[in-house]
Design a binder for this molecule. Structure first.
Ligand code: GDP
Ligand code: MG
Length: 788
């Protein structure tokens, strides 16, 4: 990441709790914990002034022409396989989305993309198969991402590599480029975030840079799409071997190292059993660096023993000559090469952006304001979600009521009408009204991600998270969990430590996801309209407390610490474009609506059918049932109904209780009897396994209203004519919300847990642990609430 010999490192910022510390080197900023910073050797500047200056070692490019391979010049097929490779957070996914029209997750912090995403696009008669790869700083086998990219390059052999680099931070970004040059593959450099370069005072002669590197350079602004066509044109030219800038250069090392490379390379070159996917020079350099992945790659080669022997001898010689570790010497050389290339092409200062970033950071990560600002942002987010969201929610509500009124009036009675009214509108209609709330929440989360504030949050939270045995980075998935636990669990891949990652995954379901919002809004609106904000806050807070305690318990008794260095780049602040924000809002709206039309619709219909069948008529209702039901009916209510209406109420109750669903509900109900949830509520909890919104739609289906236009909130809070008691009371509602907050995650989340931990064991653990905890806390809430 740039901690190489001869570089000046400056301390820029101390986190509010004195740890981690932000450093600046090579025009970018990175935060390290004190413990990790200790691992880096630092020499005082004075000592360096006498040493040989790094600039003296700038290597020059050799000018061999690109060897043209016969038969490859004019391919008949016009399919180009393109791989996007670059540092984390350089805009690969933005580029991928704009080229292929996909909607992958973009965010202004490292590690957003996990795994490869493929897309295709047709352009000028060519078909592009584009793959968006995770970000890497280099191609060694240190992190899973690097390993992934290396294996991808080995197995898939893309026709053209698009190396995305950040225009305003070239020095570090071009390091990866030098490794790709070693590989000698067809390549185009995408000089992304060109807008940032334009805004700074610096001028880059990127055409000249391209000629120096032997790779064409095309400027783009991936967030708006500017320059993307030119980029694709260039990819085609390179693919067709028509581009003049393309030539094969060597990133020359100093002679001591070059000799070593040549000796290892010659053995590899003369051994036909070595895979031809990588150039011999690349393999030789990686062997000298001691890369484990390349070792395994070469292990099967006939000359492997000889390669190893030469490597040992050469490393020893180089280290004796240079008094430096070979890998460090090689990377210092590469940075020298980059400096040389930039010295010839870049004029002026790249630091413009940095100043703004520095000023904002001084405030938002400061000791005094850091936490208060964060809490304000969180408060604003939830306040907007629930308060502002209420207005559009009311409009949709009245629209739903209007539609059901229309159907109620104009359709003839029968199962179809019941299905439409009670099953579909009762179920889906009850949930769809929360679309505005959820969009607002996502708006805030994407703003935090896209501006780069999320990375700062991880920075200021690191020390606190450390106390729980976690990482500042774990905080990002937790905040994302407020949106949806599934992508949040996937995003834990940014955490290197295995156990930290596992814990972060397992506590994520306690972060109250947006699917649970409908339940809270429904119950809070019905029972605590005056204290809505407080109840929401307490619920979210309870989730966080439970998560913290769970993490602590797991650290103490189960997953003992394995520390990995906290290295998190703090990207410069970026103003998200309207285009990116509306695109992401629109995506979320579409996802929500398709969830409505999919799982929630299906679940509502199934629930409805299970409660509708088998059908009974009045003759089948036992007289004893009728008598006791009528006897239970409070006098004042009974007097409002005539005899036939009373019979109808009794029949409806009998029908529901003896439907298939009624039997299921009554079978499970004893488990939650201490909270007096009743069988209908129990069924709705079970149905929540499909998706948490289904809890609300099930309540909507089961608590049939007196007339078609009655909202669910009224139906669950007005006394039932049969018993005179409302289905929920404030205390019961509270216990129910606590249960919903904590109990088993939905199927999609369980699947995500199983997939990410590669074991169903953890999904099962989450299912049972969370449910048990939900039961205990809901019980306590209920009992304590009853005391008042
Ligand atoms: P990845 O990690 O390489 O996939 O990067 P992303 O596509 O997730 O983008 C990282 C951040 O940079 C996001 O906040 C983008 O909105 C932003 N971004 C991407 N391209 C540009 C660009 O050309 N100009 C500016 N100013 N920002 C960009
Ligand atoms: Mg990405």
């Amino acid at each position: 990441m740039g901690f190489v010999r001869g570089r000046e490192v400056k301390m820029v910022l101390n986190a509010p709790l004195q740890d981690p510390i932000k450093y600046k080197l090579m025009d970018y900023e990175v935060s390290l914990r004190r413990a990790e910073a200790n691992l880096i050797e630092v020499e005082p500047l004075s000592q360096w002034q006498h040493d040989e200056s790094v600039a003296d070692r700038v290597a020059t490019a050799s000018h061999d022409p690109m060897p043209a391979e016969e038969g490859e010049v004019f391919r008949k097929d016009k399919i180009i396989n393109v791989a996007l490779i670059g540092n984390p957070n350089c805009g690969k996914t933005s580029l991928f989305n704009i080229v292929s029209g996909a909607h992958e997750h973009v965010g202004n912090y490292a590690g957003v993309t996990v795994g490869a995403k493929a897309g295709t696009v047709k352009y000028r008669g060519y078909k592009f198969n584009i793959v968006d790869l995770p970000g890497t700083y280099s191609l060694s086998a240190y992190s899973p991402e690097e390993l992934y990219v290396m294996r991808y390059l080995n197995q898939e052999m893309p026709d053209v590599i698009v190396n995305v680099v950040v225009a305003s931070n070239l020095e570090r970004n071009l390091y990866l480029t030098t490794e790709l040059i070693d590989m000698n593959r067809s390549m185009v450099i995408d000089l992304n975030m060109y807008d940032e370069l334009e805004r700074s005072k610096a001028v880059l002669d990127y055409e000249q840079l391209g000629r120096l590197l032997g790779v064409p350079v095309v400027p783009t602004k991936a967030s708006t799409g500017w320059g993307v066509n030119k980029l694709l044109d260039t990819v085609i030219d390179v693919y067709e071997m028509k581009n003049r800038d393309v030539r094969h250069i060597h990133v020359k090392m100093r002679p001591e190292i070059e000799d070593g490379i040549t000796r290892v390379k010659d053995i590899i070159k003369n051994d036909p059993s070595v895979s031809e996917h990588f150039s011999p020079r690349y393999l030789a350099i990686k062997m000298l660096e001691g890369d484990p992945e390349v070792k395994t790659l070469l292990e099967s080669a006939d000359s492997y023993p000889e390669i190893v022997k030469t490597r040992e001898a050469e490393t020893r010689r180089i280290e004796e000559d240079l008094k430096e570790d070979v890998a460090a010497a090689i990377s210092a050389n590469k940075y020298g090469f980059i400096q040389g290339a930039l010295a010839e092409t870049l004029e002026g200062d790249l630091l413009q952006e940095e100043k703004t970033t520095r000023i904002i950071d001084a405030v938002v990560t400061s000791k005094v304001f850091g936490f208060p600002i964060f809490l304000c942002v969180m408060f604003l987010m939830f306040w907007a979600t629930f308060q502002i969201g209420n207005y559009p929610m009311e409009w949709i509500e009245s629209l739903v009521a209007w539609i059901s009124g229309l159907i109620g009036e104009h359709m003839t009675d029968g199962p179809l009408k019941d299905l439409l009214l009670d099953g579909i509108i009762g179920g889906v209609g009850g949930v769809i009204v929360f679309l505005p709330n959820i969009l607002i929440l996502y708006f805030f989360i994407s703003m935090m991600e896209d501006t780069g504030y999320m990375a700062r949050v991880a920075f200021i939270m690191d020390k606190l998270m450390h106390r729980m045995g976690l990482h500042g980075k774990s905080f990002i998935p937790l905040v994302m969990g407020f949106g949806c636990n599934v992508p949040a669990i996937m995003s834990t891949r940014i955490i290197e430590s295995r156990t930290s990652r596992l814990i972060t995954i397992l506590i994520n379901p306690f972060m109250s996801c947006s699917a649970r919002i409908p339940i809270y809004v429904l119950l809070v609106g019905a029972f605590f309209p005056a204290h809505g904000g407080l109840v929401f806050f307490c619920l979210y807070f309870l989730g966080i407390i439970v998560a913290v305690l769970t993490a602590k318990l797991m650290r103490r008794f189960w997953l003992k610490t394995d520390e990995t260095p906290f290295v998190m780049e703090l990207p410069p602040y970026r103003i998200p474009t309207m285009k990116a924000i509306t695109r992401s809002m629109w995506d979320k709206a579409r996802q929500y609506l398709s969830k409505m039309g999919g799982v929630i619709l299906v679940a509502s219909i199934i629930i409805w059918a299970l409660s509708y069948f088998p059908r009974y008529d009045m003759e089948q209702v036992p007289e004893s049932y009728r008598q006791s039901a009528l006897a239970d009916m409070p006098e004042d209510i009974r007097s409002q109904f005539d005899a036939s209406q009373q019979d109808e109420l009794v029949l409806n109750a009998y029908q529901q209780e003896n439907s298939i669903l009624g039997h299921i509900g009554k079978f499970v109900e004893p488990v939650v009897r201490p909270m007096e949830f009743g069988w209908k509520t129990t069924v709705s909890l079970l149905a929540g396994a499909a998706a948490k919104e289904v809890v609300v739609s099930t309540l909507g289906v089961l608590y049939v209203g007196e007339d078609d236009e009655q909202m669910i909130s009224e139906r669950i809070s007005t006394p039932s004519p049969l018993t005179g008691e409302p289905p929920f009371t404030p205390v019961k509602a509270l216990a129910f919300m606590v249960f919903v907050l904590l109990y088993f995650p939905c199927v999609a989340t369980l699947a995500a847990i199983a997939r990410e931990t590669e074991s169903w064991k953890y999904a099962l653990f989450s299912l049972s642990y969370n449910t048990l905890l939900a039961w205990v806390l809901a019980f306590l809430t209920f009992r304590i609430g009853m005391l008042f």
